[in-house]
Design a protein around this ligand. Structure first.
Ligand code: F6R
Length: 610
């Protein structure tokens, strides 16, 4: 979703802002812009489409100045054109604002200001911020009072930056629900949506908290809490792992991240399994007593992370015998669910910023429940607001379609369910030992699947004209079917639906034809025979089958038009392997159709608004 960058220092602001905006590109956007204070006047350049359009504009119409703000916009209010792009202004064009989130009471503020003859030019909710600042600024001359009064007038979830011609040394900011990070280096200050947008010289950062606001200048930061009390931020060091932001010879980040999966799993093994063969979660921060007494687990998450939660439920029920439910965070937050003691709410989120998942945490905490979050960024909003935390160790994921984070979620969930099972005396050390041995084989097994990527590419090329796909799986492979369908539709724009194999006869079978390939995940497991029945049903109707099967099985390939094998393993391990050919299928279908897999249309990497 929207990305924010602010810079004050001695470098040319436009180049620092452009650098940061390119780094935030992965979040998804449809227009981009900057505003720089150039010889005392605000100069704005903005355009719809890609950041390269903005870069071209800046080359044709350069701006000079050492203080500015930049933005990538993912449209919510008003279509993605250059008028609605940020920065937005007041009528005098002397105040510019970039904003992430939604101002929920914008319509009321807008009508009130219109009655006072303020003229609005955009369809955005954001424009009320500069207009309010201008309006209040006629009476209030003090920075502190002006900003406080403006923020108090706004309802919603947001992070915004403001520059003003009459205060040319400062960038004002406020955070209430959308991420914002302050960065500092000698004589320079930065405000960004996430630390990836910092240039290499930034060594220290502070994650601004909800309700905090203030301003930065070359000299540092002035920051206040919601009540207006001055606070002293504790800065932490910045980790600049630049390899995360390079494609390293791959055509796309998505493909690079699919191929990183063996090393991601190895990193989890190295961090979670001790030399003595014990599972540990040093960062967990939940007492063993509490976990041993758990009666119920409720997962809350969205999209791909929800599919991981569905597998997490099966793991926890199997190994820890705890009643487990999975909730869409967008539903959970409004449902006033029945939650009582001895229940653990588990949030899974790659970005750690998904608005609905964050709101679910708030509703659980309001009922005095403990929340454990599985996140990729410990400093994310979800990570910071949870009682306990599990680091996914996936490394930064840039491709919008989640791949390596999903596999990291599954491996961590499997390990956590074994950990819980041991605390509850449900699973024996011997059984744990056997599964850990299997987990340790995963990196090489994933490598062997990836070494056959070309086979999937050829199948994808043959399927590129198809507009509809059905994915079928049962038991541990039902969520895999949902995930395979989600991957395919989000990056290739083909329609794809995933179903539990047993549901096939209850409706989806009506769609079977040569034009609707059926992707069947049928490893050798307890429901193998049932999946074979699904294959027979498709064959009997002359449908096209692409199956994922266990190495050594000859029956499933003989029933299929296309097939791909995964190594033999227990049913707990299969979903970690079977999703990989489906990720590759989605990627190669997208490429064969000429789609851009890293930045699919309309999608954002971190869904920070509802
Ligand atoms: C799909 C995808 C999304 C996310 C969903 C939740 O490839 O990336 O479905 O999984 O938006 O995001 P997180 O995990 O960041 O909460």
């Amino acid at each position: 979703m929207c990305g924010i960058v602010g810079y004050v220092g001695s470098k040319l602001a436009d180049s620092v802002l452009l650098f940061g905006l390119y780094r935030l590109e992965y979040r998804g956007y449809d227009s981009a812009g900057v505003a720089v204070i150039d010889e005392g006047e605000i100069e704005v350049r903005k355009d719809q489409g890609k950041i390269r359009n903005l870069e071209k504009l800046l080359k044709e119409h350069p701006v000079e100045g050492n203080l500015g703000i930049g933005h990538t916009r993912w449209a919510t209010h008003g279509e993605p054109n250059s008028v609605n792009a940020h920065p937005q202004f007041d009528t005098t064009k002397s105040i510019a604002v970039v904003h992430n989130g939604i101002i929920e009471n914008f319509d009321t503020i807008r009508r009130d200001l219109q009655k006072k003859n303020v003229i609005f030019v955009s369809e955005t909710d954001t424009e009320v911020i500069p207009q309010l600042l201008n309006f209040f600024g006629k009476e209030i001359k003090n920075d502190y009072e002006l900003l406080k009064k403006t923020i108090e007038s706004l309802h919603g979830r947001f992070a915004f930056l403001v520059i003003m011609e009459n205060k040319p040394d400062k960038i004002f900011f406020s955070r209430n629900g959308s991420p914002l990070v302050y960065g500092r280096s000698e004589g320079e200050g930065f405000l960004v949506s996430d630390s990836s947008a910092f240039i290499a010289s930034v060594k220290e950062q502070y994650f601004i908290k909800d309700g905090e606001w203030g301003w930065i200048s070359k000299a540092g930061i002035e920051i206040f809490d919601q009540e207006g009390n001055k606070i002293v931020p504790i800065l932490t060091s910045v980790d600049h792992d630049l390899t995360q932001y390079e494609k390293n010879g791959f055509d796309h980040f998505m493909l690079k991240e699919i191929f990183e999966q063996p090393s991601v799993v190895q990193k989890i093994i190295d961090n979670r399994i001790t030399a003595e063969g014990k599972i540990h979660f040093p960062e967990l921060a939940l007492s063993n007593d509490f976990q041993a007494k758990l009666f119920r687990v409720v997962f809350t998450s969205a999209g791909t992370s929800l599919h991981a939660a569905m597998i997490g439920k099966l793991y926890i029920e199997r190994f820890a015998k705890i009643m487990t439910e999975v909730e869409f965070s967008s539903e959970f937050r409004y449902r006033n669910p029945i939650l009582e003691g001895d229940t653990l709410v588990v949030a899974i989120s790659q970005s750690g910023e998904t608005a609905d998942t964050l709101a679910s945490i708030h509703s659980a905490k309001a009922k005095f429940l403990k929340v454990l979050s599985f996140v990729n960024h410990l400093n994310s909003s979800i990570g910071r607001e949870s009682t306990g935390i599990v680091n996914l160790f996936a490394g930064t994921e840039i491709g919008v379609a989640s791949t390596k984070a999903y596999v990291a979620e599954l491996v961590n969930l499997l390990l956590y369910s074994l950990y819980l099972g041991k605390l509850k005396w449900i699973v024996s050390d011997e059984e744990i030992g056997l599964i850990l041995e299997e987990i340790k084989k995963l990196p090489s097994q994933i490598e062997s699947i990836l070494s056959k990527a070309e086979d999937i590419r050829k199948i994808a090329v043959e399927m590129r004209e198809k507009r509809d796909f059905i994915f079928l799986g049962r038991s541990f492979e039902h969520p895999t079917a949902l995930e395979g369908a989600l991957k395919l539709k989000e990056i290739s724009y083909a329609h794809a639906s995933g179903y539990a194999g047993g549901e096939f006869k209850h409706g989806p079978i009506a769609l079977v034809s040569k034009e609707v390939p059926v992707i069947c995940i049928c490893p050798k497991n307890e429901v193998y025979i049932k999946m074979v029945s699904n294959l027979e049903e498709v064959r009997a109707r002359n449908g096209i089958i692409f199956s994922i099967y266990t190495e050594g099985d000859t029956h499933v390939p003989s029933l299929s038009n296309y097939s791909f094998s995964i190594p033999e393993c227990s049913e707990y391990i299969v979903p970690i392997l079977s999703v990989i050919p489906l990720q590759l299928l989605a990627y190669y279908v997208a490429i064969a159709k000429g789609c851009e897999p890293d930045q699919p249309r309309n999608l954002a990497k971190a869904v920070t608004v509802e």
